[in-house]
Ligand binder design. Structure first.
Ligand code: DON
Length: 582
C-alpha cells in the first residue's frame, strides 16, 4: 500500500472546457490543503472537481462534476446508470442535508421475480437488462445542483462530455478490468456463473472493446462516443432528458428488445428524495450519516454508540480486546440492518430509536467482554444452513467549510455488464440488493426478512455510508467507502482511527480494517500482517477468523483542528486514487 498522495498533477482546466486561470496544483506536501480538496478514486475526476472549485463552484458543484466525470473514467462504478447517496454540509444555512437517489424497482416488480418455480435464484438478477433498478444518478445530481449548486449545470457536465468524446488514458488497473470483462466466457463458464461478463453483451463490447480488438494496455485512450452524445444531451436539456427525453426512449427500446422490465413510465416517475440525516454523538463529536434506503448511517451510529462505552484507545486498534469489542458491535448493528431497515416509504424504520444511546445500552448488555456471541443467538427466527467490488466513494470540501460525502454505484463491478444500446452507459444490477428469497435467511449471509423485499417502485436497501463528522459545528471529517456490506465497517474504522486512536488522515485510511456482518459468523481481517497471537486470542474467545485482501476504498478528508488545513486522504488500495486541491 503506498502511503503518499499522488501530487502535483498538471491542472486540467482544458478538460473543464472553461477558461480558468490555471494555477499550478499545490502539492499537499504533508501539510494539507489550504482552500479546498477532492479525494476520489480516479485522478482525472478529482482534478475536474478541483477545477470546478477553482472556478468558484461550491462543494456540491464539485461533487456533481466529479461524479459525472467518474461516469466516464471509472466505468466499473462511476455511473449515470446507477444510483447513490449524498450527505452534504451547507455552510450558508449550517445544515446537513442528505439526498437519496437510490435505484427503484420497476413498477412491475414483485417479491419473487428472480425466483424459479423450485425457489432457486435465476441468474438474470445479476446481469443484463433484467438486473437493473430504475437509475437515480442523473436526477439525483440534478436535484443536488438545482437546490444547492452555484455554477450552471452544463458547465458541470462539460468535463465529462470532453473526457468521453476525446478519451482519456486508461490506467493499468482499468486496462486489467476491461480485459477481464471482454474475455469471452465459454459456454461452460457461462452456465456456471450467474455474473456474466461484458463479453456476453454486444453493445458492451462495442462501447468498451479496443477498436482493433486487441487487449487494453495502460496509457491507451478510451473514447466513448455514445456516452459523449448522451452526456451532451443531458448537458443541453438538463437532467430530465435521461428520464423523459431521447435517452429514456433508448432505455425503453433496449428493455423491450431484451425482455427487461424498466418502462418509460418507470423512468418518468423516478424521483430522488431529500431525507433527514441520521445523527449520533461520539465522544463530543457529531456524526451525520445517510438514513434509509441506505443502512450505512444507522449501522455506523449504532456501532459508535455501542463502542463509546469502552476505552478502546487504552488498548489500541489492533489489540484482541478492541477487535472483539468492535466485532460484537458490528454483529449487533448488522443484525439490526438485516431485520429492521428497508425503504422508509414502504416500511416503518424507527431511525431515532435505532440510533439512540438507550438502544445501544440494551444491545451492549448482551456483550460478553471475553466471549464471542454466536450470531444465531441474536435472531428470534431460525437461521437456515447455507449450501455458498463495485461502488465508489469520494469526499469534497470547499473554501467556505462546505462538504460533500458521496457514494454511488452500479452494484457489481460494471453493474449488469450490459450497455444500453445507443446510449453508451452501463445499466446497474442493483435489484440484487433486495432480499430476493423471501423468508430465507441463512448462515452464509443471505437475508430473507420482510423490510427489504421487492415491491413496485421500492428502493433496495444499501450499505452505503457517506458520513460527515463535526466538532463544534465545523466539519472535521468526510468519510465513506465502497465494498458492499463491508462499507459501514470500513467507515467505522476510518472514523475510529481518527477520533479514538488519534491517527492522521492518511494513516487512518491506510490502517488495516476488519469486518463482521452478523452472518457469515466470521471476522475478516484485512491484509496479511496480523500476528498469529492476535488470531489465536480471537479464536480462543470463540470467534472464527479469516484474512482477506483489500477492504474498501475510503477516499476521505480530515480537517486539522488546529490549523484548519484540509488533509485529503486518497485510499491507495486503488492505485488510481488521488486527492486534488489547493
Ligand atoms: O448499495 C450497496 O450496498 C451495494 N450495491 C454496494 C455495492 C458495492 O459497494 C460493491 N463494491 N465495491
Amino acid at each position: 500500500m503506498r502511503r503518499e498522495t499522488i501530487r502535483g498533477r498538471a491542472a486540467t482546466a482544458a478538460v473543464l472546457g472553461l477558461s480558468l486561470l490555471v494555477a499550478p496544483a499545490m502539492a499537499e506536501q504533508g501539510g494539507g490543503f489550504e482552500k479546498h480538496v477532492v479525494s476520489a478514486q480516479e485522478g482525472n475526476a478529482a482534478d475536474v472537481g478541483r477545477d470546478v472549485l477553482r472556478a468558484g463552484g461550491n462543494a456540491i458543484d464539485a461533487a456533481v462534476a466529479t461524479a459525472l466525470a467518474m461516469a466516464v473514467t471509472v466505468p466499473e462504478a462511476g455511473n449515470i446508470g446507477g444510483g447513490g447517496f449524498i450527505v452534504a454540509f451547507l455552510p450558508e444555512t449550517k445544515k446537513v442535508v442528505t439526498l437519496d437517489f437510490r435505484e427503484a424497482a420497476p413498477g412491475s416488480g414483485t417479491p419473487r421475480m428472480y425466483l424459479a418455480a423450485d425457489g432457486k435464484l435465476l441468474p438474470r438478477y445479476r446481469a443484463g437488462a433484467w438486473a437493473g433498478g430504475v437509475p437515480g444518478t442523473v436526477r439525483g445530481l440534478g436535484m443536488a445542483h438545482a437546490k444547492w449548486g452555484r455554477l450552471p449545470w452544463r458547465v458541470l457536465v462539460a468535463p465529462a462530455v470532453k473526457l468521453a468524446r476525446e478519451g482519456f488514458a486508461v490506467s493499468d488497473e482499468l486496462a486489467r478490468g476491461l480485459n477481464n470483462q471482454l474475455r469471452p466466457s465459454g459456454d461452460k463458464q457461462r452456465a456456471r456463473s450467474a455474473f456474466g461478463r461484458m463479453a456476453d453483451f454486444p453493445e458492451s463490447v462495442a462501447a468498451f472493446g479496443k477498436p482493433d480488438g486487441a487487449p487494453w494496455k495502460g496509457g491507451d485512450r478510451l473514447v466513448q462516443a455514445d456516452l459523449a452524445d448522451t452526456l451532451e444531451r443531458i448537458a443541453a436539456e438538463g437532467p430530465d432528458e435521461f428520464y423523459i427525453g431521447e435517452t429514456s426512449d433508448l432505455i425503453a427500446a433496449w428493455m423491450l428488445e431484451n425482455g427487461g422490465r424498466i418502462t418509460k413510465k418507470d423512468l418518468a416517475d423516478y424521483r430522488p428524495k431529500e431525507r433527514p440525516p441520521v445523527h449520533t454523538t461520539f465522544h463530543g463529536y457529531d456524526v451525520f450519516g445517510m438514513g434509509p434506503a441506505a443502512s450505512g448511517g444507522i449501522v455506523l451510529c449504532q456501532m459508535l454508540n455501542i463502542l463509546e462505552r469502552y476505552d478502546l484507545k487504552a488498548d489500541g486498534p489492533r489489540h484482541p480486546r478492541t477487535l472483539h469489542r468492535v466485532t460484537e458491535a458490528m454483529r449487533r448493528a448488522y443484525f439490526t440492518r438485516a431485520t429492521r431497515i428497508g425503504d422508509p416509504d414502504y416500511v416503518d424504520v424507527p431511525v431515532a430509536e435505532l440510533t439512540s444511546k438507550a438502544a445501544a445500552d440494551e444491545l451492549a448488555k448482551t456483550i460478553d467482554d471475553a466471549r464471542a456471541t454466536p450470531s444465531a443467538d441474536l435472531a428470534p427466527f431460525p437461521i437456515i444452513k447455507a449450501e455458498s467490488d463495485h461502488t465508489t466513494h469520494f469526499s469534497v470540501m470547499d473554501d467556505q467549510g462546505g462538504a460533500v460525502a458521496m457514494t454511488y454505484t452500479l452494484e457489481d463491478s460494471y453493474g449488469s455488464k450490459a450497455v444500453v444500446k445507443g446510449a453508451g452507459f452501463i445499466l446497474n444490477n442493483e435489484m440484487g440488493d433486495f432480499n430476493l428469497r423471501p423468508g430465507r435467511t441463512d448462515d452464509a449471509g443471505a437475508i430473507g426478512t420482510y423490510p427489504n423485499q421487492i415491491a413496485p417502485g421500492k428502493r433496495m436497501l444499501s450499505s452505503m455510508c457517506p458520513t460527515l463528522v463535526f466538532k463544534d459545528g465545523k466539519v472535521r471529517m468526510v468519510a465513506g467507502s465502497p465494498g458492499g456490506r463491508t462499507i459501514p465497517n470500513t467507515t467505522l474504522w476510518v472514523v475510529l482511527n481518527v477520533l479514538e486512536f488519534g491517527m492522521d488522515a492518511q494513516a487512518a485510511v491506510d490502517a488495516p480494517r476488519t469486518h463482521h456482518q452478523w452472518f457469515p459468523d466470521v471476522i475478516s481481517l484485512e491484509g496479511e500482517s496480523w500476528p498469529g497471537e492476535t488470531v489465536k486470542a480471537l479464536t480462543d474467545m470463540g470467534h472464527r477468523v479469516r484474512t482477506i485482501g483489500h477492504q474498501g476504498t475510503a477516499n476521505s478528508i480530515v480537517v486539522d483542528p488546529a490549523s484548519g488545513r484540509l488533509f485529503g486522504a486518497p485510499d491507495m488500495r486503488r492505485t488510481t486514487s488521488k486527492a486534488s486541491g489547493d
